[in-house]
Design a protein around this ligand. Structure first.
Ligand SMILES: [Zn+2]
Length: 450
């Protein structure tokens, strides 16, 4: 890019000053505009100027308040970060970029593609910033892809640089022993962008828009429910369902979301299915593996939860794609079970109303409506920014909005709900466990009849 002008330098200086003034919290565009003396409405101009300076002198992530002046930007302002910043933690944004990049890389590995440049933009930027920050601290940066991947396999607490992150993550790595992204990695990637999610979302978005075009909300619900309840099917079942009257024209998308079951998973003529999500189990190093490690925890190493066995030959079997298992089936199990639970209590629970505006719409006998979204994340700190107000208009209006978390997640981490509630305290929704939701709904219904 061209040499920065005096106006560019002034802009960078304003960002540095505002960040320092608020103890390291980066400013918003409106705050910058006002500090320069423009009306806050001129943040578009500020953004254009910043875009020109990115990524050499300034950089940011998708979320608000992630703007930061880079080491080159600081050098331009003759601020010498070297001495005093040597022990300062690195910005968390680097981890989001690396995590997002890793989901693309591991996807390519799974599809058998060779690894070569150009890598995804997120990976490249993550590694570039990491390298710059390492050099600034006199630490040897990872010099090539395999060195960077080796860092990603180590717990964050063992990296030669440290990050501004909650201490409980220091024992977590970004890649697991099988070179699959860990929960930490996936949840970081979700705050940025995720290759798996992108592929999966594209097809699901097509299904959604086709359902809207046909004004067929029930077809959309039937489609989604089929995926969740049939993670592994025979060719015949899949064929039959793709012509199912309830699913209608959406049926043609169904086959895109399934893949042939690989022969690798067959053991003594049988295909073993996960006791939690129902996907195929594969043995490696003597241990069974599902799509990710969550199922191992929920099923006590696939012992406590009954494993199903299929004797159908794999050449007649299809399974949902890995991304669908992760992003539709696994969370969907909680959504469907919660709705079924409410149903047995005699409470009306509609799944994915308004083309998936939220997960469950509960309607009580007095016509009070609760809108519920289920969130199954391991790390509440990363989930917090994804809790936004639930849609409330037309047929979707509600009297109470709730985010609910699977009980086990809350039991696994002390203070899980407190962390979420503190981070979203000004928002108009409650946060409960799924069990507490069902209990509160049961009590509310009794009150209606009292
Ligand atoms: Zn599973």
């Amino acid at each position: 890019m061209a040499t920065p002008t005096e106006s560019d330098k002034r802009l960078l200086q304003v960002i540095v000053t505002l960040t320092e003034d608020s103890q390291g919290r980066p400013p918003t565009l409106a705050e910058i505009a006002m500090a320069i003396g423009y009306p806050s409405s001129s943040r578009g101009n500020v953004q254009r100027q910043l875009t020109r300076l990115r990524p050499t002198y300034v950089d940011w992530m998708d979320g608000p308040r992630s703007l930061r002046v880079t080491p080159s930007g600081l050098a331009l302002l003759s601020i010498k970060p070297l001495e005093e910043n040597i022990d300062l933690p690195l910005p968390e944004a680097i981890l989001c970029l690396l995590a997002s990049g890793l989901t693309y890389l591991t996807n390519d590995i799974a599809e058998g593609k060779p690894l070569h440049v150009p890598f995804s933009q997120a990976w490249q930027r993550g590694v570039n910033i990491l390298t710059a920050e390492c050099l600034l601290r006199d630490v040897d940066p990872p010099m090539h892809l395999h060195a960077a991947l080796a860092w990603c396999r180590r717990p964050l607490g063992e990296w030669p640089v440290h990050f501004r992150i909650p201490p409980m993550w220091l024992n977590e790595a970004l890649l697991d022993k099988d070179d699959q992204p860990t929960s930490l990695c996936r949840e970081y990637a979700l705050t940025k962008c995720d290759a798996e999610l992108e592929t999966c979302q594209n097809t699901m978005l097509k299904v959604l828009s086709e359902a809207k075009k046909n004004r067929a909300p029930h077809a959309y619900v039937a489609f989604r429910q089929f995926l969740i309840e049939h993670p592994v099917v025979t060719d015949d079942e899949l064929m039959k369902c793709s012509f199912d009257a309830q699913i209608g024209t959406l049926g043609s998308y169904l086959t895109d979301l399934y893949e042939r079951v690989p022969t690798l998973v067959v053991e003594q003529g049988k295909v073993l299915l996960c006791g939690f999500c129902g996907w195929t189990l594969q043995r490696s190093h003597g241990r069974l593996h599902c799509g990710d490690d969550r199922c191992r925890i929920l099923t006590g190493d696939f012992i406590h939860c009954v494993i199903r066995e299929l004797r159908t030959a794999p050449e007649h079997l299809q399974r949902v794609r890995r991304a669908i298992r992760r992003y539709v089936v696994a969370p969907g199990i909680y959504e469907i079970k919660t709705a079924q639970c409410l149903d047995t209590l005699g409470i009306t629970a509609e799944l994915w109303p308004g083309y998936d505006a939220y997960d469950i719409r509960i309607v009580f006998p007095d016509r009070t409506v609760w809108a519920v979204d289920v969130k199954d994340w391991r790390f509440p700190h990363l989930l917090a920014s994804h809790l936004t107000p639930l849609e409330c208009h037309g047929n979707l209006t509600w009297d109470r909005a709730l985010y609910v978390i699977p009980n086990q997640r809350v039991q696994e981490m002390p203070g899980y709900l407190d962390i979420l509630r503190n981070a979203t305290s000004e928002q108009a929704f409650s946060i409960l466990t799924i069990n507490d939701l069902i209990e509160e709904a049961r009590r509310y219904k009794e009150q209606c009849h009292a």
